[in-house]
Design a protein around this ligand. Sequence first.
Ligand code: HEC
Ligand code: HEC
Length: 386
Amino acid sequence: MKKKALYICLLSLLATYSCTTSCNKENNFSVLEPFYFSDDSDFVHNNQFLSDTGILGKQIFFDASLSEPVGISCGTCHSPSAGFADGRHTAFSVGIDPLNPSDRNTISIAYNILAPDRHGDSIRGLPEDVGGYFWDGRAEFIEAQVTSPLLNPKEMNNKDIGQVASKIRKAPYFNDLKKLFKISNTKDDQMVMYATMLALKSFQTSKQVNPYTSKFDFYLQGKVKLSDAEMRGWKLFQDTTKSKCSLCHLSEANKFTNTIVFADFSYDNIGVPKHPSQIHLPLDSGFAKAEFVGKPIVINPLEIGRFKTVSLRNINKTAPYMHNGVFETLEEVLEFYNTREVNAKYVPEYTPTMNTEDMGDLKLSDTDIADIIAFLKTLDDGYRLK
Ligand code: HEC
Ligand code: HEC
């Protein structure tokens, strides 16, 4: 919490930045007027439904001059037409160095960005941590997440905040940033960075990134019917004794977003196998790992191997799947949940903390699996009502 206090202190330094009319506009997720785009280039040039801070954040998000050397933007790995996961569909996204990709699969930012700050809560009757950012929750709140890709040598590779801030100062949008966030001292790197974070947050939480325009959303509003297979899949998905999916990928509005995003943002070890290209690497301890002066340490052994339950919206567009991109298709994911315990081909990376109650031998038939997948495909944004 100390870190958060520091950020809040920086925020107060930014004098009177206030979230009045413009924020209301962008947080209005009304589907009465849906937001659509045809491809990434159309998306980049369309500012519909964005507040001034959202437009600014969008310019920063797609600014490829912020990497070192130039060429990689946030949008390189978080592509709008791939549900804001990596449109190149690789297990490990390539940033600045093609020979040195990221260690984990790119998370879709859409809807996942609406997670709460990491905090203790009651999950399925037990006190546990929920929320936070990254597969392992290492960023407690969104403001702490942003510097990570900008400084990560495998992503945007800046050497420090000073280097990023000096690039932001030279950017064509810097005057707007200065004005909108009332940066009183433009030489102050921390202030420039904090305004940058707020602008990025404004864009990432906007209706453009979280549009709720899936067939499923229109079905909930009574505007379209689901097919028989989709309907069977939706029912099965919610069946907590059969598929058990909704135990974690909540099928009702969660209390943080007040909308259905199919995630409770809790952490679980579902027994994902190692990715073949990472066999030589040490265990990815997931949630248990915390950076301590740049050195990862394990704090609670009961948390080893846990990763964040992410949203399933747009899941059809974000392959490959899981924190290490080990599964290429939704069929593979479903087969894994269905048979992990009884199929010798699955060798979970770390078993001592693995969830053996809610998955692994579900006894779903091939039709059940096909129906669940048909349902999952109704979660793609961009559905057009005829
Ligand atoms: C080289 C590819 C790459 C670039 C460039 C990149 N990201 Fe990411 N992003 C990732 C990967 C990989 C993860 C997951 C990392 C992990 O969990 O350890 C991620 C995770 C995230 C998350 C966490 C989502 C969640 O639900 O936990 C956010 C938010 C995010 N990125 C925003 C950004 C922003 C903003 C930028 C630009 C400043 C950016 N990313 C640049 C690859 C990238
Ligand atoms: C006990 C909680 C739990 C249950 C039950 C569960 N999941 Fe998950 N799900 C997770 C967690 C945690 C992850 C991330 C795991 C990782 O990457 O190591 C995940 C990841 C996924 C992913 C990949 C997401 C991505 O962006 O890569 C899909 C798809 C998925 N689950 C679908 C399902 C379906 C379908 C069911 C029901 C058959 C289900 N899940 C049941 C917790 C759960």
